[in-house]
Design a protein around this ligand. Structure first.
Ligand code: SAM
Length: 283
């Protein structure tokens, strides 16, 4: 049915409707990664995140939401009259997605074209580099801190989680749409990865490359000399392994947040927030 306010609203009567395959089995992260990449989409989850994605200029392929949220998103549908709006009872929608939809709308969005390293580094003074951060919650939290604490760009290594996976987006509060990011060091046609060699490219662009890690040679985060760097890239590692030995060797220096009371380390997202604030450009 066509509606002047809601655009084409389509009532789903059947959980097996092939038109909404992109919303199926959303709780299976590995399956989603494959599907989303093949179909060139990502899923925006919650009405607020959908609005932020649209505000960032991303293009919706369809909307998916329970009856009770239709009115609150009427302005969005009116602005995208050609985009189908799939709706249904909670029971039908939940049997498709695999979880209770209590945050409003979902939207299948076109994945934006990947940005190049040069694009994200233009004008940047503070850059976070994430090595193998595979946890979507940590990734989203780091993006949120980066956005809120003035980090200009984020680079992610080949094994890092997807910033556009729905959990990363949600935890980031949509800041993954605003902070420029790029994946670096991916394998070339012959299967050779350029990670962590990609860090040398940063140095070539005038960045001091610092590993945020509790290594034996690490200087304290509040060392005055750290503030002298006009361009600084901060490399962070995954829970458990931390920054790899190869990446540590490719860095100019190591920086640590001194720990108290016998605590070994901070969660990587917590460490990122402390470091982003302390290492912000002062002039
Ligand atoms: C949980 S830590 C990994 C800790 C590592 N397995 C260890 O025991 O040394 C994950 C990441 O958070 C950052 N991190 C956490 N606590 C830190 C601290 N006190 N100083 C510097 N970096 C820290 C580092 O980037 C690290 O790679």
């Amino acid at each position: 049915m066509a509606d002047p306010v809601h655009g084409p609203v389509i009532e789903l009567g059947d959980a097996a409707d092939p038109r909404v395959d992109v919303y199926s089995r959303l709780t299976d992260a590995a399956l989603r990664r494959r599907q989303d990449t093949v179909h060139g989409i990502y899923l925006a989850e919650s009405s607020q995140v959908v609005r932020r994605a649209l505000a960032a200029g991303h293009h919706p392929r369809s909307f998916f939401l329970a009856h009770r949220y239709l009115d609150s998103m009427a302005d969005v549908f009116a602005a995208h009259p050609q985009v189908p709006v799939y709706t249904g009872t909670d029971a039908v929608l939940e049997s498709i997605t695999g979880f209770h939809l209590h945050r409003g709308a979902l939207a299948a969005m076109d994945r934006p074209a990947p940005r190049t390293l040069d694009e994200v580094l233009t004008g940047a003074r503070r850059v976070a580099v994430l090595e193998n951060v595979s946890d979507h919650t940590n990734l989203g939290a780091i993006f949120r801190s980066a956005a809120g604490l003035g980090v200009d760009a984020i680079l992610i290594s080949p094994e890092c989680a997807d910033p556009l996976y729905r959990r990363s987006i949600r935890v980031s509060m949509g800041t993954v749409f605003g902070v420029p990011w790029a994946r670096v060091g991916e394998a070339d046609g012959r299967g050779r990865t350029a990670w962590p060699e990609a860090l040398h490219g940063l140095r070539a662009q005038g960045f001091a490359v610092a590993a945020l890690e509790l290594s034996d040679t690490a200087v304290d985060l509040d060392s005055p000399a750290l503030r002298d760097h006009d361009r600084l890239a901060l490399v962070m590692g995954a829970e458990g392994p931390g920054v790899t030995a190869e990446a540590l060797a490719a860095c100019d220096l190591h920086v640590k947040i001194p720990m108290a009371a016998g605590v070994d380390s901070l969660n990587v997202a917590a460490a990122s927030a402390v470091a982003f604030w302390e290492l912000r450009p002062r002039a």
